[in-house]
Design a protein around this ligand. Structure first.
Ligand code: ZN
Ligand code: ZN
Length: 720
């Protein structure tokens, strides 16, 4: 190989072979002498192939993993595929293949791309959430949370296509029509499984203040999902009972003119007893109100026909039921105070008979009583549905028995295996149509019973997808949640994920706390799965989201083919800070390409010429102060690069790498200006600086960085 010109393809092939041969990325034993550092990248969907967003995610995580390894830490950098779910099922339907085959094909393709990009995952630890050995633990988690009272069954509104005889997810409904047959869909109520998160909202909120290595985007998405409102709680009388109500307007409680109740409030049946009101409420619940709940002008309102009273209110407060409460404060009751709250004023304007202000009580007729309040907090975040009427997902380990009702499958009978020889068409429910799946003996009484045919949403699998990498593959069957290594690796040092992962992370934080309280994760006292977290924005092109339709998709394979993996990695890191949307353009690519070419050529030229430099003591003494300055530049530059990398601000780190190179070149210019040529001491000092620079470059452009570093080390060994 001609060593003086930069041939990315040849260099990268050679490096990758060497890494593979020496198992460079195998996870070390998490012993006591080296700091265990688990870096968790996002778990990709098996969605076809890697896109630029993935490359951004893994380039950041990989740079950090390599940086921590170089510092001597024991690094775990593993990942797995979030392989179940709708995108894979829809892709399989379109291609007339089995989802299991499609997932395997995508996974293998994506793994090959990751290897070509030089990402230093421990590929021995890769997992697919759709493997039975994996989803049996999703089923175990379901049963564990069910037993702890954190999973329950309730009705939910879902879209239904009469023609395809199936429920549809939101992304399968286009303008009210079925994605597959284009017939109109309608809303129906179906029993669904829910995850109860309410018991952990307060703690998820409180712990946010303790999370030190979380960047601002990741924290703000957690706050947004919580939807915390501070205010006061006070007691009203409704019927013969006390009703606690919330308002964020502590000073204005006495100006309330109505009461707004969530349709999910536990007292709603009692407070809205009239048959016609019940009917109106049923209609509201089946109307898909979740979609319009945020708009006070359009959100449905049902008059309960009852009222609540308080000593400080001159008139009773009429009760209205509306999901608007849920959208603002969660499933609670709230005072309507049109005088100070714009949304309440909009509501009051829509319901005849609701006043904008309370009637002032006639003078001296009643003593002035101030509402007695206590501080209170409400959260908008609420329980969510975890089951879907779909084929491609983790089977729910439940049996429906006529005698016993809903019966959990025994844990020793897990996994409940999903049949894989299914080619879904999008019509009906493939699982319900398979007698050998559906017909089963009741685990409790032995009578003939029916298996649950809903599957778990892949969001449920994701609740624990940060766990498997931390367990050696051979131990996963028996010890997924109990293996001793978990205590070393968890909590993960850093999660690196897209800024749209806030919901996943929020629910992972809930489940960690639940598993701490239930027992398996008792060693994680804070109940936090990630000690640090970085959310990055997406990669777009021409100012718009990349899409086939717009013809602006940037294909990482083509770029790697043309420029090499290092250039692509360096460009994507350099182009924007993680908190900014990266609008892809070739400028960053050209910059990275130019930098790598010139560093490569410069270093090899110096290597070739160093022996010819004259070894002149007087000349060396004359430029001593310049060498001293070069050393300082290196010290400062390397310090800054390390600090930037530790904060995962890789765009700054890369910029500082390129600046340091400029300074090393500048050193040469200054020496030549002074003496006309480099002395041996100057050339050696420069090679030493280039070695430091190559070492700093390794996390970002590992193939070129390591190859340059080795060439320099080889020479110093030969020079003895
Ligand atoms: Zn249809
Ligand atoms: Zn039974």
């Amino acid at each position: 190989m001609d060593r003086t010109s930069y041939d990315a393809g040849a260099i990268e092939r050679e490096r990758q072979e060497k890494w593979g041969a020496r198992g460079a990325f195998s996870t070390p034993e998490p012993g006591a002498e080296r700091l265990p550092t688990y870096i968790k990248p996002s778990s990709p969907f098996t969605s076809g192939k890697l896109h630029m967003g993935h490359v951004r995610d893994y380039a950041i995580g990989d740079a950090y993993a390599r940086f921590r390894r170089a510092r001597g830490d024991a690094v775990l950098f593993g990942f797995g595929f979030d392989a179940f779910g709708l995108p894979a099922e829809m892709a399989a339907i379109e291609r007339h293949v089995r989802p299991a085959d499609w997932v395997r094909e995508c996974g293998e393709r994506m793994l090959a791309q990751m290897k070509r990009l030089g990402f230093s995952f421990d590929y021995e630890r890769v997992f697919y959430s759709s493997d039975p050995s994996q989803y049996r633990w999703s089923q175990w988690l379901f049963l564990t949370l069910l037993e702890a009272g954190l999973i329950y069954r309730d009705d939910a509104t879902v879209d239904w296509c009469d023609h395809c005889r199936t429920t549809l997810a939101a992304l399968q409904v286009e303008d009210g029509r079925c994605w597959r047959c284009h017939n109109e869909v309608r809303l129906i109520r179906k029993p669904t499984w829910f995850l109860r998160i309410a018991p952990y909202l307060e703690e998820n909120d409180r712990r946010l203040g303790e999370l030190e290595n979380w960047d601002e985007i990741s924290l703000s998405t957690q706050r947004y999902i919580l939807g915390r409102s501070e205010g006061v709680e006070l007691d009203l009388t409704a019927g013969d009972r006390n009703l606690a109500v919330f308002t964020p307007h502590a000073e204005s409680a006495s100006q309330a003119t109505f009461l707004l109740l969530s349709p999910r409030h536990p007292d709603v049946e009692r407070l809205a007893p009239a048959p016609e009101v019940r009917e109106a409420l049923d209609e509201l619940r089946s109307g898909g109100w979740e979609r319009s709940a945020r708009d006070a002008k359009a959100v449905p309102i049902v008059e309960a026909g009852t009222s609540a009273s308080a000593p400080w209110a001159a008139d009773p407060l009429p009760i209205l039921v509306s999901p608007l409460v849920d959208a603002r404060y969660g499933p609670t009751a709230a005072l309507g105070i049109p005088a100070v709250d714009e949304t309440d004023a909009t509501i009051a304007g829509r319901v005849p008979g609701i006043r904008l202000e309370p009637t002032s009580s006639p003078p001296n007729s009643q003593p002035d009583v101030e509402p007695s309040t206590r501080p209170a907090v409400r959260y908008r975040a609420s329980d969510f549905s975890i089951s879907r009427q779909r084929y491609w997902g983790t089977p729910i380990p439940i049996v429906h028995c006529e005698q016993c009702g809903v019966v959990p499958v025994l844990t020793e009978d897990l996994p409940v295996v999903l049949p894989v020889d299914v080619e879904p068409t999008g019509e009906g429910n493939p699982l319900a149509e398979r007698p050998n799946f559906v017909d089963v003996a009741c685990p409790s009484c032995g009578a003939p019973a029916r298996r649950e045919t809903d599957t778990l949403d892949c969001h449920f699998d994701a609740l624990w997808l940060w766990v498997p990498s931390a367990v050696p593959p051979a131990a996963r069957d028996a010890e997924m949640f109990t293996h001793p290594d978990l205590r070393s690796w968890l909590p993960a040092a850093r999660l690196v994920a897209g800024s749209d992962s806030g919901g996943f992370v929020f629910d992972q934080r809930v489940v960690t706390k639940a598993l701490r309280d239930i027992g398996p994760f008792a060693f994680m006292e804070e109940g936090e799965p990630f000690a640090g977290c970085l959310f990055h924005e997406m990669v777009i092109a021409d100012g718009r989201k990349m899409s086939k339709h717009l013809g602006n998709v940037v294909d990482p394979d083509e770029l790697v083919e043309r420029y090499g993996a290092d250039t692509v990695r360096l460009a994507i890191l350099y182009a924007a800070g993680p908190a900014k949307t990266l609008n892809w353009n070739d400028g960053a690519l050209r910059f990275a390409s130019r930098f790598l070419h010139s560093l490569w050529e410069y270093t090899h030229r110096r290597l070739e010429t160093v022996a010819e430099a004259t070894d002149d003591e007087a000349a060396a003494a004359d430029t001593g102060f310049l060498r001293e300055r070069l050393r300082k530049w290196c010290d400062n530059g390397l310090g800054r690069i390390a600090a930037d990398t530790e904060e995962l601000q890789m765009h700054k780190a890369v910029r500082n790498v390129t600046r340091l190179f400029e300074r090393i070149q500048d050193f040469e210019k200054r020496v030549i200006k002074r003496r006309g040529e480099l002395s041996r001491a100057d050339a050696e000092a420069q090679l030493e600086s280039l070695g430091l620079l190559a070492e700093a470059l390794v996390p970002f452009a590992p193939h070129a960085g390591e190859t340059i570093l080795r060439a320099l080390q080889r020479r110093s060994v030969e020079a003895g």
